[in-house]
Design a protein around this ligand. Structure first.
Ligand code: C2E
Ligand code: MG
Ligand code: MG
Length: 662
């Protein structure tokens, strides 16, 4: 381009200044014509017409020459002016070119990404500062070296492939790990752009972005999405993914996989009593213990709350899974020290095996969960393998749930009544109302089966209201028939007791039925009494103000502190059947019964023994001066119509004064 420019200028220059040779060449023709004119027109041609003709011809020639000369000068001027314009344009072009060259250089040098060029063999030809910084080498060290030398061996195939493709004229983007001079890795996202001259690739440009930080962030986000923030263990999502993978492999290898569902017993109590911070530390410690007791290929995850799951792969027998569960139990039974507190925490473990207890993730998780609930229900601190019977129970539960919905409307619920007898006078002092469900197909369904379902579904609220009203109406009927001293006991479920309008409900039913409040005995369990102490005391005091009586049902089974007995406005302790049935079998239980009776007397509480079945039990309780008894020894719970028979037979027995042979 430069050369062309110079030559053009030279030509323009030489054209501007006509040389003398040009003048000679120009005028020689005219001189020659003048000579001819002299000879032909002035001397030779005598003919007038000939002369005129020739003169005209010469004149025309002369004028044409003059015009031609003028045109030529004009053309020359235009030519000069165009040349000047061209010269300006060329200058501008040169300036623009050098500017863009400058810009390119700046861009190349200062680009935050690594920019480099490679020859057709993939060797460095140029590299900017970022490229040198990322790889940690000077240009002299990089120059002529293969790009592949700086790529981690495992990723080299990707880079090699991309270079091969770029050589065919196709741009390529790929991600590799680069290894710098200090042998540190960085993630690079590389784009190779072929350098084309005409249609031929002569090399390639590369732009590489360092994505190491981005990768770390990505990994952090991924970790957060798949791990539990408190314990850093995998979370439910991750666990289920791993389980799905494990099941695929197990199916191929024909090995067993076990899912252990672990729930900590009474964790909520620790949380409530010692606070969430201690609860959190406890969970962290538990997660550490779980990890310690497993093989590195096993996975332990936190499902949420105090629930953990363990995945055991390559299990060869049920025995193998049982051994792991035993080890976990042993480890978790060791006391845990958290912030100066010695905590005893036990787990309930449910185990489901693949393929016998389920062939997919959902089924295995569900069945392990069901088995865990069974472990809890059957005494806690143990492991139980899933069995089909558990699902049947669950299915039945779901079935009953649907049926129970209709039970109240369909009048399928009835109350049975069990007498309570004064041990001294042998007189029936009242009846406990016990709920029964007369199912049209299944017959009588036990409350132990459907009351927990009613609790879970909240149906206990309308059902409970119906029980309270029906029992009070029934008691009024007894009173009207001459048994005005009889009280009626009504069981309150925890959910019912915690209802905010309980006191209003009791008060309005008493008003409605006209039952004297002191003849209504509300039974609450120890579990209810133990929770949210202040609120419970407040509620009990409100009930006391109504003049209603309060009994603690199944006393002694709630593992609770006895201190609450002094704080709560209660009237009666009902000693649980569990203790009574041990009379004559277990002196320790007998001692407990004596202590309860003694303590109750000191606190001026009435004691009633539940589930009395035998003469021996009666005698023992009588010796201990228990106030009242309830149980099959007197009568099983009977329906409302049979209450009269019970009352009547009691009268006869009283009359015969032969109670001990009842
Ligand atoms: P609970 O309140 O402790 O009732 C006493 C249970 O012991 C009754 O069982 C009764 O039939 C049974 N029982 C009484 N004497 C004997 C005996 O000598 N031997 C034996 N083996 N059992 C005896 P039931 O009626 O099956 O009730 C079980 C539990 O269901 C009740 O225990 C109570 O917690 C609950 N429940 C029953 N009716 C109601 C109710 O109307 N409302 C609420 N919320 N719960 C109820
Ligand atoms: Mg009861
Ligand atoms: Mg009871």
């Amino acid at each position: 381009m430069d050369r062309f420019h110079k030559e053009t200028l030279k030509e323009v220059h030489s054209a501007k200044y006509l040389t003398s040779w040009h003048y000679i060449r120009f005028f020689s023709l005219y001189i020659y014509i003048l000579i001819i004119f002299k000879f032909t027109v002035l001397d030779i041609a005598q003919d007038r017409f000939m002369r005129i003709g020739l003169c005209t011809a010469f004149a025309l020639l002369f004028f044409r020459q003059i015009f031609m000369w003028r045109d030529n000068r004009q053309l020359l001027r235009t030519y000069h002016s165009l040349n000047e314009q061209l010269e300006d344009k060329v200058n501008e072009g040169i300036q623009a070119l050098s500017k863009s060259e400058q810009q390119y250089k700046t861009l190349f040098e200062n680009h935050p990404d690594a920019v480099f060029s490679l020859d057709m063999s993939g060797n460095f030809q140029s590299a900017n500062t970022s490229c040198m910084e990322i790889l940690g080498y000077t240009f002299e060290e990089l120059n002529g070296q293969s790009f592949l030398n700086y790529v981690v061996e495992d990723d080299q195939y990707m880079a090699r492939d991309a270079i091969r493709q770029a050589k065919t004229g196709l741009s390529q983007t790929f991600e590799v790990r680069a290894c710098d001079k200090e042998k540190e890795f960085s993630y690079l996202q590389v784009t190779l752009i072929p350098t084309l001259v005409g249609n031929k690739t002569i090399g390639m440009y590369g732009i590489a972005r360092d994505t190491t930080e981005l990768k770390q962030k990505q990994r952090q986000v991924e970790h957060m999405a798949f791990h539990d923030a408190l314990t850093s263990l995998p979370n439910r999502r991750k666990f289920e993914n791993c389980l799905a993978e494990a099941l695929k492999t197990a199916t191929k290898r024909e090995t067993m996989t076990a899912v252990l569902f672990i729930d900590l017993d009474r964790f909520k109590k620790v949380n409530d009593r010692l606070g969430h911070d201690i609860g959190d530390l406890l969970l962290i410690e538990v997660s550490k213990r779980l990890q310690q007791s497993l093989r590195s290929k096993d996975i332990v995850a936190r499902q949420g709350g105090d629930e953990f799951t363990v995945l055991l792969t390559d299990v060869f027998s049920q025995q193998g899974a049982a051994l792991t569960a035993e080890r976990l139990l042993e480890l978790l039974n060791e006391p845990i020290y958290v912030s100066g507190n010695e905590l005893k925490i036990t787990p309930s473990i449910g185990i489901a095996l693949h393929p016998s207890h389920g062939t997919n993730v959902t089924k295995l998780m569900k069945n392990a969960d069901i088995a865990m609930y069974r472990a809890k229900a059957s005494g806690k601190n143990k492991y139980i393998f899933y069995s089909q019977e558990m699902s049947d129970v669950e299915d039945e539960k779901h079935f009953l749930e649907g049926e129970l919905n209709q039970a109240l409307q369909n009048n399928e619920l009835v109350l049975h009544y069990q007498p309570q007898v004064n041990m001294e006078t042998h007189e029936i002092i009242g009846f406990e109302a016990l709920l029964r469900w007369k199912h049209p197909k299944f017959g009588m369904v036990s409350p132990a089966e459907f009351i927990p379902i009613a609790e879970e579904t909240g149906l206990i609220i309308p059902i409970g209201e119906w029980i309270l009203r029906t029992a009070c109406q029934q008691a009024i009927e007894w009173h009207d028939r001459g048994y005005a001293h009889l009280k009626v006991g009504v069981n309150l479920s925890p959910l019912q007791f915690n209802q905010s309008n309980l006191v209003e409900l009791v008060s309005s039913i008493l008003e409605e039925t006209k039952l004297p409040a002191h003849l209504l005995d509300l039974e609450i369990t120890e579990g209810v009494a133990m929770k949210k102490e202040e609120q419970v005391i407040k509620k009990l005091n409100q009930l006391k103000r109504l003049n209603v009586q309060i009994s603690i049902d199944d006393f002694g089974t709630g593992y609770s502190s006895l201190s609450y007995l002094t704080k709560y406005p209660i009237h009666t302790l009902k000693i649980a059947r569990e203790f009574i049935k041990e009379i004559q079998n277990n002196p320790q239980e007998e001692a407990i019964i004596s202590s309860i009776i003694m303590m109750a007397k000191n606190l001026q509480l009435t004691v009633i023994a539940e589930g009395v079945e035998t003469n021996e039990q009666w005698s023992f309780l009588s010796r201990q001066q228990c106030d009242q008894i309830q149980g099959f020894y007197i009568s099983k719970p009977v329906d409302a119509d049979k209450v009269w028979d019970v009352l009547l037979s009691n009268r006869i027995k009283l009359a015969s004064k032969n109670m001990l042979s009842l």
